[in-house]
Design a protein around this ligand. Structure first.
Ligand code: FES
Length: 140
């Protein structure tokens, strides 16, 4: 499958490993209230949303269109989580070894489980189940 295949995100939709200083982009109400319960966006379940090569080992990638992060905590192990921080809804996306950080208030989350490693967030990132389809990553 190529990046021009139906259902595949364009390069523009998938960001690299650089941080996403996106508090203002995440939610207009960042800093106010509790973020809504994350759900897999309609229309992408069962479709390839990224290639495994888009996700670095020991890091991750943010898919901005759907506010999902894909991580590869160890070679060949892929995980998908909501990119919305459970603290106040900013987009997480500053990757470091074994963790992803929220740029708004500095909460950190484990790349492999989404567990909160450091607050102020008091909850993990919600994980979405996925499967691999060749070199494609599919949310199920
Ligand atoms: S929104 Fe506050 S740490 Fe993420």
């Amino acid at each position: 499958m190529t990046s021009n295949s139906p259902g595949m995100p364009t390069r523009r939709q998938v960001l690299g490993t650089a941080g996403v200083a996106a508090c203002g982009v995440a939610l207009a109400g960042c800093g106010v209230g509790v973020p809504p319960e994350p759900v897999v966006p309609p229309g992408i379940k069962g479709k390839v949303i990224a290639k495994t090569s888009d996700v670095p080992v020991g890091g991750g990638t943010v898919i901005m269109d759907w506010k999902i992060i894909l991580t590869q905590p160890s070679e060949g192990v892929f995980k998908a989580f909501t990119a919305n921080c459970p603290h106040k809804g900013c987009l997480v996306g500053r990757f470091s070894e074994k963790a992803v950080e929220c740029p708004c208030h500095g909460s950190t989350f484990a790349l492999d489980t989404g567990a909160c490693l450091g607050g102020p967030a008091g909850a993990p990132l919600k994980e979405f189940p996925l499967r691999l389809d060749g070199d494609g990553i599919v949310l199920v």
